[in-house]
Design a binder for this molecule. Structure first.
Ligand SMILES: [Zn+2]
Ligand SMILES: [Zn+2]
Length: 248
């Protein structure tokens, strides 16, 4: 990988700073999850992300009207948008009944001194943003691009429910440095992360797995996702030897 020398950090999370009291845990009966395109995002990507969120939580997802890109959040010197600004932008424009907003942008994003981000989610909190800009980098496969996208949606959504980074290298909550590490993770959550997501998000683990598998299969991604093995929860982090967790 040509850019291996750069300290690429793909995923980040923001600790909730205590801002407005948005419901973080447990879905109120009327509360909805919204997927919100920010700027121009291909319809297929928006629909795919909605399907992944829906599968991951077993809840209906609504697609909100796109939010226009704001020049104020753009850093011309970097050619990137500030991810934390996009989170605040999403929150400020969230529909009143929303308890989660998942923003999707086709623009490159970053935060602080990190080169770029694939996504960022409040941990815990009401919002996450995912960039599709680099999904297809270092691969020439549209299937791999979509599998990466699914992993990121699951990862950032997990943060909004308070899931931290996981030491299991194949768990979708693994903190990945570089595309290679990203491709080593799966769309599956280890049992601990899955248990936490189901408890906090009100989902059922067996139904969740079946739904995620259905989305992956429906898009012809089963092979790229690692087949049945890639959909099985990897061993929990507590089972790992210290060597196996280096790099997280
Ligand atoms: Zn993360
Ligand atoms: Zn995990």
């Amino acid at each position: 990988m040509a850019a291996a020398a750069a300290a690429f950090v793909l995923w980040a999370y923001l600790r909730d700073d205590g801002g407005p009291p948005r419901e973080s845990y447990g879905p109120p009966a009327v509360a909805k999850i919204y997927v919100v395109p920010i700027g121009d995002v291909p319809e297929g990507d928006v629909a795919f992300a909605s399907g992944v969120v829906e599968a991951s939580l077993g809840r209906e997802v609504a697609v909100a009207e796109p939010l226009p890109l704001q020049e104020a959040y753009y850093y011309p010197g970097r050619g990137q948008y500030g991810a934390a600004s996009l989170l605040r932008y999403l929150e400020a424009n969230a529909p009143p009944e929303a308890y989660r907003v998942v923003g999707i942008t086709a623009q490159d994003i970053f935060t602080g001194n990190l080169n770029f981000l694939f996504g960022m989610g409040r941990c815990p909190g009401g919002s996450a943003v995912i960039s599709t800009y680099r999904m297809g980098f270092y691969c020439d496969s549209s299937e791999r691009r979509l599998v990466r996208f699914a992993k990121l949606v699951i990862h950032e959504l997990g943060h909004t429910f308070g899931l931290m980074h996981c030491r299991q290298p194949r768990c979708a909550m693994k903190f990945a440095i570089g595309y290679k590490t990203l491709d080593l993770t799966t769309v599956a959550l280890c049992e601990r992360c899955e248990g936490n997501l189901c408890r906090l998000g009100g989902a059922d683990a067996a139904a969740r797995r079946a739904n995620v598998e259905a989305v992956i299969t429906a898009h012809g991604l089963l092979e790229e996702a690692g087949g049945e093995d890639g959909l099985e929860p990897p061993a929990a982090p507590a089972d790992l030897s210290p060597e196996a967790t280096i790099g997280g």
